[in-house]
Design a protein around this ligand. Sequence first.
Ligand code: C2O
Ligand code: CU
Ligand code: CU
Length: 496
Amino acid sequence: MLNRRVLLGAGGVVATAAALAWPIRMATRPEVSTAAGGQAHSGSEHILRMGKAAMASPRQAAEPFTVRMPVPQVARPVRRTSDTDVYELDLRPAQVEILPGTTTPALTYGGTFVGPTIKAKENRKVQVTYVNRLDKPANVHLHGGHVPPQSDGYPMDLIGVGSAHTVEYPNGQAGATLWYHDHTHHQEAEHVYRGMHGFYLIEGADERALGLPTGSRDVPIMLRDAHFDAAGGLILDVEHPEARSTLLANGRPLPYFPVDAAKYRLRLLNSSIHKIFQLDLGGVEMLQIASDGGLLPEPVPRTSLTLAPAERVEIVVDFSRRPLGSKLVLSDTNGPVMRFDITRRVLDTTRVPDTLRPTAALPTPTTTRRIKLGVAPSKMAYAINDLTWDENRVDARIPNGTSEIWEIYNADTVDSEFGGIDHTFHLHLVQFRVLDRDGKPPLPGESGWKDTVLVRPGERIRLQATFRGWPGRYVYHCHMQEHNVAGMMAQLEIVP
Ligand code: C2O
Ligand code: CU
Ligand code: CU
């Protein structure tokens, strides 16, 4: 049985999902594969030690709206050929400024806490040579990318210390806001938490003609939480994710961002390893134009948005509808996240058309698969269909090109032993469509393509995906990375 102590919160009540995460993993450690070269484990011990230290010296959250939100720099190709943009990007430790006047040791892509944004175009290839200058193996996964298996960043496919690995991203998919992040088995939660994340934007061939805001009014914003010690170090305290009380937008705490009185396309990503954002702009309309896989069939007006880990939404906010000098606060349930300051009157000729991107009818599915997310019957680990991750087991063999319905059920219901636990479900290789939630139509903004979906306790979601690609293995998992490192990951194999 699971060690009961890890389930008890300070008040003696059974703690929620969060507290379960890594303690379960610690319990299962002896069964864990060491394919990552034996280095995988030292890190987690380190994390747990850090966790203890954390409680002694919590750092005060930053004064709101005192730092300006940066926009991540755009990566420059080292070379362009007729059909490919070629990049080099290193994985390296860096001292970064997150809290004003303090440096934080981070693990980065390219030396910045939010890695450089790679801007790709539909049907034009991107080739990246990743060079690992960290002191441990790591890798890169293109989340949401339709890519061959050798370029996907499979959790066991690591780039050794001092080595380079070249990948090719075909970009033969619709324009979308993707992101890249570490996927080192057992280490992804820590690596991502410490800064191994960046944007990858594909511009669709259909986008220019729409007239949406572009250039400096097309802004990627990475949202996440963090927990700092007094010296500015990042604390990863697995038993207290709620202690990650400093919210960051593009790597700065509660920043402000000056905007023109015009429409902005804001690409929001939640890169937290656990936290779900519940966002609003104080009642101001956020016109949702895209989800994970790109533009929606038509814009959907929202006044609040739920953004689970790894999910993206794109919204258009029209700041010209407010008087000059207004300040609009983007808030999460418990407080502010960032502020938009309307500073300048301009001529804005952009628009949001009533129809954005037609979605083709879904092909006839050949199979329905059932996926159960939940604590394993042994109570020792997070699992999918009661099984924890095993690199030698293929959980789903799928003939290339077939379309399937996957029914995702979150078995960690409110009346289960550990209380309700939220999970997410993420599939590599493909974008899917949500067919229904508990038999009801998908939520607003969920009508387009998705690669990650939030599954609340007891919920049952049906989605449909067409697995057209390359033979090989890809993972699917909960994207609360504290869960997938603890076993909630499985794999599919595309077969010819
Ligand atoms: Cu964000 Cu397995 O991925
Ligand atoms: Cu992914
Ligand atoms: Cu989960």
